[in-house]
Design a protein around this ligand. Structure first.
Ligand code: FAD
Ligand code: NAD
Length: 395
């Protein structure tokens, strides 16, 4: 048939929004849409620090994709992408091949380890349901082991990097550790939780007053902040920081940054830290039928600096991308992408958060309520009231 084949790779924030908008926008028989994802569920990456620390369940952070899209309109393929071949207009999956007329790459990013020796092999990362389940189980196992071997490093925990992911996770873990101490009859005095940050301040570039506030909250939770000290190496039993100081810790979680998905670089696109600088319509340079959105794309602001990779921009890109695909099928002029920054809201554990929304600053309990509202709004956007009732965290 002459119906254009649209293939969307990845059902994260960018991919789900693209699929949902296409499903709404396209008329019957206007295009074939296929959505490929490694798992049959969508995960809510912005919640992952909670199941990672064990303060919330895994199931609160994921939704079956079949609940989010209409399978009469979109083909769902559960498979892992192995290779993208732009010249052949093909995608190689672990168990087959797909050809496309229009491709959307929304595969998310992957941890950036900057070549730090041992980091890839010995640190855990917060990227997926499977990766956070590992962190949670690993931490509980250290407590169980400690009760049998009394090795002190079992009770030492290092979070590498104090960006938003690191700060959200370390706060959450600080809330969980006392509960684990109770459960495993461990003296809380024996537990040490480090957050190591290379830059002169945590949350580099964020509002100074709110960073100060966050640091106070973290210190009050007993977190040992090592700021302005880079992690130089990671080994099986800990890390080496600054001028060679060793921290012996059985648990190292790396939140030091992310880069674009390796598959994109492998496909031959020109990348900076794994990301493709897309054109004003979100297309890969030189390919008018390939869109790249989310953590693997690079969009510059008015000052020529890249926007940080967030769920917020990935969602807006998804909406714009679906719109442009519909326009291109109908032979119309595409619409330029512009990012509208709504603000930043970051959790600092139970009842604590910091936020800037529409230029107004919030902290403490009110900011924590705001965080919940943002989370619930997302559930509403992708799944309506039923999903809010099923997965929402109201307390
Ligand atoms: P993702 O959401 O990562 O989705 C990628 C999808 O592709 C996944 O479904 C994955 O399974 C699939 N996939 C990957 N590789 C393959 C493959 N080879 N084959 C098949 N499928 C594949 N941003 C905010 O704006 N606000 C926040 O509050 C916020 N909080 C965060 C908290 C944490 C703990 C973390 C880690 C991040 C947070 N972020 C937040 C950042 C945000 O999560 C990301 O920017 C966002 O997830 C990017 O969306 P994406 O669509 O590019 O990729
Ligand atoms: P990031 O790049 O924002 O932060 C990484 C941090 O690790 C930086 O502060 C960096 O200085 C530090 N670092 C790098 N190398 C180091 C080393 N060798 N030793 C010690 N520290 C080192 O990464 P992230 O926190 O994972 O965030 C990724 C993206 O997701 C960002 O765009 C962020 O805004 C977004 N995000 C947003 C939220 C939110 O809005 N609530 C939450 C999480 C993530």
């Amino acid at each position: 048939s002459n119906i254009p084949k649209i293939v969307i790779l990845g059902a994260g924030y960018g991919g789900i929004l693209t699929a949902q908008r296409l499903q709404k926008e396209l008329n019957y028989n206007e295009a074939d849409v296929t959505l490929v994802n490694r798992h049959d569920y969508h995960y809510i990456t912005t919640h992952l620090h909670m199941p990672a620390a064990g303060t919330d369940t895994i199931d609160h952070a994921r939704v079956p994709i079949s609940k989010l899209i209409d399978e009469f309109k979109i083909d769902l393929v559960k498979s892992a992408v192995k290779d993208i071949r732009p010249h052949e207009k093909k995608v190689i999956l672990e168990d087959g091949t797909l050809s496309y007329d229009i491709l959307v790459v929304s595969l998310g990013g992957e941890p950036e380890t900057f070549g730090i020796p041992g980091m890839k092999d010995h640190a855990m990362t917060i990227r997926s349901i499977n990766s956070v389940r590992l962190i949670r189980e690993h931490i509980e196992y250290q407590f169980a082991c400690y009760k049998n071997d009394s090795i002190a490093s079992r009770l030492r925990f290092v979070v590498g990097g104090a960006g938003f992911s690191g700060v959200e996770f370390v706060s959450e873990l600080a809330d969980r550790l006392p509960l684990l101490c109770k459960e495993f009859d461990v003296d809380p005095e024996k537990v040490e939780l480090y957050n190591v940050e290379a830059a002169p301040t945590p949350l580099p570039g964020f509002d100074k007053e709110l960073v100060e506030y966050a640091m106070d909250v973290l210190k009050n939770k007993g977190i040992i902040l090592r700021i302005g000290v880079p992690i130089k190496e990671c080994f099986a039993g800990g890390v080496i920081i600054g001028d060679g100081e060793r921290i012996e810790a059985s648990t190292v979680v790396w939140t030091g940054g992310i880069r674009g998905n390796k598959l994109i670089e492998n496909a031959g696109f020109e990348v900076t830290r794994g990301r493709v600088k897309v054109d004003e319509y979100l297309r890969a340079p030189g390919y008018d039928h390939i869109y790249i959105i989310g953590d693997s794309s690079l969009v510059l602001n008015k000052e020529g600096r890249p926007y940080p990779p967030t769920a917020q921009i990935a969602m807006q890109q998804g909406v714009n991308c679906a719109k442009n695909i519909a326009l291109s099928i109908r032979g119309k002029q595409l619409s330029k992408f512009t990012f509208s920054h709504k603000g930043t809201v970051a959790s600092l554990g139970k009842g604590e958060a910091i936020a800037i929304v529409n230029g107004k600053k919030w902290k403490g309990w009110k900011a924590a309520q705001l965080k919940k509202a943002v989370d619930i709004r997302y559930l509403y956007v992708i799944g309506g009231i039923p999903l809010v009732l099923q997965k929402g965290r109201f307390f």
